[in-house]
Design a protein. Structure first.
Length: 391
């Protein structure tokens, strides 16, 4: 950002989640760069909150439409690729997702070619003739170390594991709760992967023959994904691995595609869930924390899948002991998943099944899985609420 920034004015930068520092969002470059986030990472939260960067709420499956319909017109696309093979093709490697559509919709492509980028199979191959400029580097990819789940996360993982049948097709993200779930699946059989993102946790299950993808109707016998983040072990695993297909995000996340596989179990996180089942997942009150992402894409796809289960998972309290099952969402909080889309909510205290239940029944279910120290307060909120206390 520092080199040549003074020569640039009003350059709009559009991106999904990024790792590392984000110097281009520094206040000293406010006249040079206008940052627009499709998903907000920890490196941009302060800039968004302070008004130095923007946030676009959008389903991940629909991001390509923003490029294709010229709603977000692209002049230059910056991508990371593997070096060209003997046929002249580079690979988008770890991140095909929306990048391939961006390449197709832009006026100019600038690629950073890195021999440490894995060459992956699927939709992410780009011929050098489609690249305007190549910058050669040789540097390690960002690494996301696998953390050990704590007791709360482990208990959530155990509850969710009981909801996953043999032969299920799994969607889950990265983090300690997905790690806890994957650790508990060692006695399962014939599992499949169709997910926007995965990390190191799937490797052990694949190598032990637990993930086989044999019961999937679409992409049978293959793991399909949009992008990955993890350690070098993961990057080595996906390198030239024909069992892993990296696909466009509009295919990976399309609910009508997701639903065609049987027993899709979609596991997503939340910041808060209110007593009617509304899910706040991208903001803490008015403070943007992350993004809409693919949560709704997969929650809907799993609900429509034969034998599918859409699951929201969250610890019952924050690190400060505040309840994450709440009578009302914080003022300004955005609802990512509506109460009509929620089926299962899981905390370390159990599983609440909300589908087909009225508002009062939902409140009772959610209070049951709230932290015991908050259950009385939540029950009083129900008694004081006319529309929750009718039954």
């Amino acid at each position: 950002a520092e080199y040549g920034a003074d020569e640039l004015r009003n350059v709009e930068l559009i991106h999904l989640h990024t790792e590392g520092s984000a110097p281009y969002a520094d206040s000293k470059y406010i006249n040079s760069f206008k940052v627009n986030n499709l998903f907000v990472g920890s490196n941009l939260r302060a800039a968004v909150q302070e008004g130095r960067a923007g946030y676009i709420p959008v389903f991940l499956s629909e991001v390509p439409l923003l490029f294709q319909r010229n709603i977000l017109p692209l002049d230059v696309v910056l991508i990371n690729v593997s070096p060209p093979d003997k046929h002249g093709y580079c690979s988008l490697g770890t991140s095909v997702d929306v990048a391939i559509t961006a390449v197709e919709c832009t006026k100019k492509v600038i690629a950073q070619s890195n021999p440490q980028m894995p060459r992956t199979h699927g939709d992410g191959l780009i011929h050098v003739s489609c690249i305007d400029s190549i910058v050669e580097v040789d540097e390690p990819l960002p690494v996301l170390e696998r953390q050990q789940p704590n007791q709360v996360e482990s208990q959530i993982g155990k509850f969710i594991t009981t909801l996953i049948p043999d032969g299920a097709t799994l969607q889950m993200g990265i983090g300690n709760i997905p790690n806890a779930i994957l650790r508990e699946l060692t006695d399962h059989k014939r599992l499949g992967i169709h997910t926007e993102l995965f990390s190191d946790g799937v490797i052990d299950l694949f190598e032990r023959g637990i993930i086989t993808n044999e019961e999937k109707k679409l992409y049978k016998n293959l793991m399909v994904v949009g992008f990955v983040m993890g350690t070098k072990r993961l990057y080595d695993f996906i390198d030239d691995n024909p069992m892993v297909e990296f696909l466009r995000i509009e295919n990976i996340n399309d609910p009508h595609i997701v639903r065609q596989n049987p027993k899709v179990v979609a596991i997503n996180s939340a910041i808060e869930v209110d007593l009617t089942g509304q899910v706040a997942a991208d903001s803490i009150g008015s403070k943007v924390y992350s993004g809409v992402g693919g949560q709704m894409d997969f929650m809907r796809g799993a609900a429509l899948s034969e034998g599918g289960k859409p699951i929201i998972a969250l610890p019952s309290t924050t690190s400060k002991g505040l309840s994450r099952i709440v009578s009302f969402l914080k003022p300004g909080a955005g609802v990512v998943t509506t109460r009509a889309h929620v089926h299962y909510v899981v905390t370390e205290y159990g599983v609440a099944y909300l589908y087909g239940k009225n508002l009062h029944q939902r409140a009772k279910e959610l209070i049951r899985i709230a932290h015991p120290m908050h259950q009385e307060e939540l029950s009083k909120a129900v008694m004081n609420s006319q529309f929750l206390s009718l039954w």
